[in-house]
Design a protein around this ligand. Sequence first.
Ligand code: S3P
Length: 162
Amino acid sequence: MIVLVGFMGAGKSTIGRLLAAKLGLPFVDTDPVIEQRAGRTIKEIFATDGEPAFRALEHEVIAGLLHGPEIVLALGGGAPEHPGTRQDLKQAQVVYLHVSYEGAVGRIGADADRPLLAQPGLLARYQRRLAIYTAVATLVVRTDGRDPDSIAQDILASLTVG
Ligand code: S3P
């Protein structure tokens, strides 16, 4: 199982799709799976149930996917904050797509679909997560100023496939 983690705007979906195509594996992004399961958007789940409820649902969805067939899986930026998810990730190859805070903010802009951008404390959240991403990662790849295809090539060269 190949899992991509990193902050919002790191390029998890773009690079995950490229990687999956190169490996001939399906690509799955957890965010839309959570939305399908809940029948609501992530923004609505945050607004009505709050972040802890979102994290619990996110954890369940990820655990299910990690126990299923081989895929390339992109996690939402906050997913590794859940201790249960960190535990489940121990059986996967986990690629941390590192993006600087400035790089992330530049890429995500003012995306109205990402509820955390409307909350204060984004920088503190970014800083807190750096250690978490590093702890779960089996491979760290820097993404600032690089094109997605060469990042995907680098990852491919470092993966244990099979
Ligand atoms: C979140 C990141 C989002 C999404 C939700 C919360 C986070 O996913 O899961 O808005 O806590 O960083 P992306 O990283 O794909 O934007």
